[in-house]
Design a protein around this ligand. Structure first.
Ligand SMILES: Nc1ncnc2c1ncn2[C@@H]1O[C@H](COP(=O)(O)OP(=O)(O)OP(=O)(O)O)[C@@H](O)[C@H]1O
Ligand SMILES: [Mg+2]
Length: 512
């Protein structure tokens, strides 16, 4: 049977998915047209990733139908979905770092043939990367690539397999603004070539700029599917959270407090043993939010790790509350009130196989009141605290005993934030604290950070979102190439262009 030209490329009808007796997806209808970018949005835990995992053959639905190009599709594995031309790039990349780009692309291919024609494979990858303006060296090793490049490899891997439906789960959360623009330009080239693209995102401005249509999910159900150009951004935000959003307002800070954390001449190397932090000195004051601006990979991560006691210093001093604690263990930093919100919540932040209470206990199991006589754990206290935090941060979990890995991306982030912000810390090192959070949850976390600031904590907020930095920070420090390019004492007097220049490595003019 011939399909009509207007028939969707993909059609999902009445899709249900149940986990532990609860609906992650309930009766969802979803269409993807040829040549469109379709954004899928909704609160944390709304069921976005689950729905797309079903389309990509990772989960099978409990009921419902999927047709691709008019053909009934039943997937038992991602391989089956790829046969139908559907490929997904996950939030956490699935590349093997010790292999080259082309080797990663080879993995999982069905018909490699008896003799591998390496040269033609490499040149095919080069052609594709040029056609879609996604520069990658096919012979480079994946470990040596930036996050943005790894993402391009993941996308090219799918295109190489003949995918014409591409699903991207929060692809821009790990990208710099420049990389995001490049990604969007590449996506447009793909839709011009007739591909259909689904993009999951929490950033409404981005959704408005790239999507043709938008589908909103809430609590596992579809709220609506609309044309982006006919819809106001406020309306979308309201459909997502079911209420109007307020704007988080920072009240004027008091006079600058004393320094809670002083860094003098910090030098440290990165994971590859190369010089990274070079001679970083600054003070973090009581009751302030010090924004840290910089393009990803300019040693912001190394700085946080050094300040959390997780990375060795080559030289320099860290003075916390008047005491030199350079060279002490990470536990000592925690004990003295340093909280750390890392980027890779799955690896450094949380233990995926432990349940919620165990994850909450991770940073306290050796101290009062969680520990009794330093050897027994007071589980009653810990579960009480967990219940309180789950409630305050609105963490959605299939059940209190379920392992952290079953939480949605945003709920994992909330769990880590709940733990790190719950102990009245002296210093909070926050890297991209609202990554992966829906607008409502992001607003809540910003409010919580401002409460901690009002309580007197010194907060270092690392972000690539200049709007967030300008809204939240008392001062903005800019890093480039492992050095501080300048600290804007009064961000309201500094332009974005000046911050941008410093991010590009131009030191601040003396006057600011
Ligand atoms: N493998 C799993 N086992 C049990 N429950 C799961 C599993 N995967 C997802 N869930 C649950 O299904 C619900 C929907 O999760 P999903 O990951 O689809 O949300 P999401 O919309 O992608 O949220 P986020 O914006 O936080 O990424 C959540 O309550 C989650 O805990
Ligand atoms: Mg998700």
């Amino acid at each position: 049977m011939q399909t009509e030209p207007s028939a969707p490329l993909v059609s999902m009808r009445g899709v249900d998915k149940i986990f532990f007796g609860g609906y992650a997806n309930k009766g969802i209808d979803f269409d993807l047209r040829r040549g469109e970018i379709h954004a899928l949005i909704g609160e944390n835990g709304a069921g976005k990733t689950t729905l797309m995992n079903i389309l990509a053959g990772i989960y099978s639905p409990d009921s419902g139908r999927i047709t691709v190009d008019g053909r009934e599709a039943r997937f038992r594995s991602p391989r089956d979905a790829i046969e139908f031309g559907i490929g997904m790039v996950h939030q956490h990349f699935m590349l093997i770092p010790v292999l080259a780009v082309w080797e990663n692309m080879l993995l999982g291919l069905r018909d490699v043939g008896f003799v591998l024609d390496l040269r033609s494979m490499v040149s095919k990858i080069r052609d594709m990367s040029e056609r879609y303006a996604m520069p990658v060296d096919p012979e480079a090793y994946v470990w040596a690539l930036s996050i943005g490049e790894q993402q391009r490899v993941e996308i090219l891997k799918m295109l190489y397999r003949g995918t014409n439906v591409l699903i991207l789960d929060e692809p821009t959360s790990v990208l710099t603004p420049q990389e995001t623009r490049e990604l969007f330009a590449a996506l447009r080239k793909m839709t011009d070539a007739g591909h259909g693209i689904v993009i999951i995102s929490h950033k409404i401005d981005e959704v408005m700029s790239i999507a043709d249509r938008v589908t909103v999910l809430r609590k596992g159900e579809r709220v609506c599917s609309v044309e982006a150009r006919l819809t106001a951004r406020e309306a979308l935000a309201e459909m997502m959270v079911g209420r109007a959003l307020k704007r988080v307002k920072k009240s004027g800070g008091g006079p600058p407090g004393r320094a809670v954390l002083s860094c003098r001449g910090l030098c440290a190397r990165n994971d590859r043993g190369m010089a990274s932090l070079s001679g970083v000195s600054f003070d973090l004051r009581e009751g302030e939010i010090l924004g840290v601006a910089g393009v990803a990979g300019n040693a912001q991560g190394e700085l946080c790790e050094v300040l959390a006691g997780l990375r060795a210093l080559d030289s320099g001093e860290i003075i916390l509350n008047g005491q030199d604690i350079s060279g002490r263990s990470a536990r000592e930093f925690i004990k003295r009130g340093v909280s750390y919100i890392p980027v890779d919540r799955r690896e450094t932040g949380l233990a995926p196989n432990m349940n919620l209470s165990e994850n909450i206990a991770l940073k306290r199991y050796w101290r009062k009141p969680a520990a009794v006589w330093k050897i027994f754990m007071d589980w009653k206290f810990i579960s009480g605290l967990t219940a309180q935090l789950v409630d305050a941060f609105r963490i959605q979990a299939p059940s209190p005993g379920s392992p952290a890995r079953n939480l949605s991306g945003g709920n994992l982030q909330k769990l880590m934030l709940a733990r790190e912000l719950s102990d009245a810390p002296l210093v909070i090192l926050a890297m991209h604290p609202v990554w992966g959070l829906d607008v409502g949850a992001a607003e809540f976390v910003h409010e919580r950070l401002l409460e901690e600031r009002a309580r007197g904590a010194g907060i270092m907020l690392v972000s690539e979102d200049l709007d967030e930095l300008f809204e939240m920070s008392d001062r903005i420090m800019v890093m480039s190439g492992g050095k501080i390019m300048g600290i804007a004492e009064r961000p309201q007097d500094v332009s974005r262009e000046e911050i941008g220049m410093m991010m590009a490595g131009v030191p601040m003019r003396a006057a600011v």
